[in-house]
Write a protein that binds this ligand. Sequence first.
Ligand SMILES: C[C@H](N)C(=O)N[C@@H](Cc1c[nH]cn1)C(=O)O
Ligand SMILES: [Zn+2]
Ligand SMILES: [Zn+2]
Length: 491
Amino acid sequence: SSSSSGLENRIFQYIDLHQNEFIQTLKEWVAVESDSIQPQLRQEVTRMVELTADRLRALGATAELVKLGSHKLTDGHSLLLPPLILAELGKDPQKPTVCFYGHVDVQPAKKEDGWKTDPYKLTEIDGNLYGRGATDNKGPVLAWINAVESFRALKLDMPVNLKFIIEGMEEAGSLGLEEVIKKENQRFFSDVDYIVISDNLWLNNRKPALTYGTRGNLCFSVEVQGGQRDLHSGTFGGIIHEPMTDLIALLDSLVDTSGRILIPGVYDDVDSLTEEEKKLYEAITFDPEEHKNNSGVKKFLYDTKEEILMHLWRYPSLSIHGIEGAFHEPGIKTVIPARVIGKFSIRQVPHMNVSVGERQVIQYLEDVFSKRNSSNELKVSVPISAMPWVADINDPLYTAAGRAIKTVFGQDPEKIRDGATIPIAQMFQNITRKSVMMLPIGAADDGEHSQKEKISRHNYIQGTKLFAALFLEIAKLHGQLQEASNTKTTN
Ligand SMILES: C[C@H](N)C(=O)N[C@@H](Cc1c[nH]cn1)C(=O)O
Ligand SMILES: [Zn+2]
Ligand SMILES: [Zn+2]
């Protein structure tokens, strides 16, 4: 771009010339089925974490693998968590220290789910790189690494010190991470100035974004247990309370047809809408039609840009995700399942409280269940509770990122929130008290968690440039801040 310096142009040229190598590494990473949800794939997640640590070490970083212990599965078994990477590159006290957070685990994906390509074989079609984890989050993690690699390959001094915190359990709620952050607050995080996360998407396909808020996620497992084994529906159908019927009634009691959550008290702590906030929504560039096309559905619950964005960002939603134990194969199996587990979650918003939400939901489910006079047993558990996050957009870190975006994309960023969750964001902010920013590089149509997940070649490569430009902007900004604080002290 015309606003970039000679140094930036050299780096950008290097990145352009080496793009096929960067894509090859992404291909190798996508080939690892590092699905953190399915227990039988846990070894692959650990392998992916180790691969990432090796890559960081090849950059010259020190990378420590921190053990996170184990967690309990719904069947009562314990499973080891993959280790967490804490890595460091550079310790110059004159330079600012930027900590990058990312994850290398992925959501489950099978070809039979309806993928047109093998989800674990990165495939380029019309400039898009399809594969599980391409955008969520292996592509952005690699883009950051590629940016560092470019400085090193050109034998350029890194303008900032770097730290990396890379995990393998984000998609399962970042299990074990909070304890490490608390423990490391006085050590690993003590000299960190800024924390950057790149694990969400732009709001449209062309305009880059800076994200200052996300929703939280409170996940529930609702187990209904009848007898000890599945039964023939001809021999027992009509004379017992069926667990699945109870579960469907419970799940059906959660939201109405307009998407409103029916659990009493759920909306009590949602921030009220101010006139000032309303204006923010009016100014945002967002095309509901384009968003609808990205989703593949015929109609949204809301029509206007403002209503849609508010219901994604500042109002809670409840989604039903699945039922364990139910017969789901093709054909009919005339069975009455003995034990079924329904899974749903609430995307919480500021200033809803996680423990209050838990209590409200459990109380409501118990009330609905007791009215059914069922002889079955109900058990509700909360496997994941992730808080919503909001940051101060006026923080200097956002200024630096805005400048880097302008340099690489030639336009100012859209300042957005996101309806999804990055469990660690609010924890980082609450525990470390550092500036936290989300700087996405994926476009709105990247299809995170879907059967068409991709990152475009363009966004992957421009994203790599963006991170390189960010290092330079943070260093400049830090110099300015330092100078300003020195002048103040002298005066
Ligand atoms: C936005 C991010 N890439 C993501 O997909 N986060 C997950 C995190 C999560 C929440 N509950 C369980 N995992 C998400 O928002 O679903
Ligand atoms: Zn993610
Ligand atoms: Zn995800």
